[in-house]
Write a protein that binds this ligand. Structure first.
Ligand code: SF4
Length: 281
């Protein structure tokens, strides 16, 4: 019995020594900057940087493969922290916010048929190109809500997706899942947007949406630099967005909204001032 215990103990001891030696020999050196970067990242693992998660991004920055500016979730502060860790100058791009360019909810926009299928915009879009008559309007079934890692999107009681500017980090996850391409990235500083995504002529838009752009040009005449009209649709020229608010009350269909003053009807979001830009690094 004693012999068995001694021999088993010996085998265990030898195995431990061998494992220890192997661990030393094959140990992978981890650059301490990798852990330091991981510490300053949000940990959201949203993939917006183009890497599978925060760990992979930290590794890529340290190896020189990725720039310190690719994490939209962390914003300017994270760019500054990563740049400090890497010993490089912090140069961040101006932050962006996703906006749903539509206000055509269940009360203001017509539907072609009542959809009773899966609660998913991509599934709905496959049936006769979706239940909304407007070819570009929000379907309101929340594919974007489920894709957002930051709980920044709500579907209002009237069936419209609305993005909370305070919570949106600009990760673009919602943009890639929306089958109607109605979510756009916009400069965070710009609070005024034309909330319409239809390129149909005004006379047709009026038939299916009370709050769509009819390309009447009044916004452009009110603030010529701040608006462009293309394909029957007005949009804010974001490089000159400062004057865009002048047209909010002039638009006859009320499809221009200043998010610093109001969100679409039925939204729980609270308006607030523009947020900091890269210049605030
Ligand atoms: S914005 Fe796009 S993904 Fe989100 S609810 Fe509307 S149609 Fe669906």
């Amino acid at each position: 019995m004693l012999e068995a215990v001694i021999s088993l103990g010996g085998i265990g001891f030898l195995a431990a020594v061998a494992l220890g030696a192997a661990a030393k020999k094959f140990a992978v050196e981890v650059d301490p900057r990798e852990a330091a970067i991981l510490e300053v990242l949000s940990g959201a693992n949203c993939g917006a940087c183009g890497y599978p998660g925060c760990g992979a991004y930290a590794k890529a920055v340290v190896s020189g493969e990725a720039a310190p500016t690719l994490c939209p979730a962390g914003g300017a502060a994270t760019v500054r922290d990563i740049s400090r860790i890497m010993g490089v100058e912090a140069v961040a791009a101006d932050p962006e916010t996703a906006v749903v360019l539509c206000q055509g909810d269940n009360e203001s926009a017509r539907v072609k048929y009542h959809y009773l299928g899966l609660e998913d915009c991509q599934a709905a879009q496959k049936i006769a190109e979706g239940p909304k008559t407007c070819p570009g309007g929000c379907l309101g079934l929340g594919s974007c809500v489920r894709a957002c890692p930051f709980e920044a999107i709500e579907i209002t009681a009237r069936g419209l997706a609305v993005i909370d500017r305070e919570r949106c980090t600009g990760c673009r996850k919602c943009v890639s899942v929306c089958p109607r391409s109605v979510i756009r990235m916009t400069p965070r500083l710009a609070t005024v947007h034309v909330l319409c995504n239809s390129q149909d002529k005004g006379v047709l838009v009026r038939k299916y949406c009370q709050i769509g752009c009819i390309s009447c040009q009044i916004c452009k005449k009110t603030a010529p630099e701040a608006y462009v009209i293309e394909n029957n649709l007005a949009r804010v020229e974001y490089a000159h967005h400062e004057d865009a608010a002048l047209a909010v009350t002039k638009c006859p269909t009320k499809c221009i909204l200043d998010f610093s003053q109001a969100y679409p009807p039925g939204s729980q979001c609270v308006p607030s001032s523009p947020q900091p830009t890269a210049g605030d690094l």
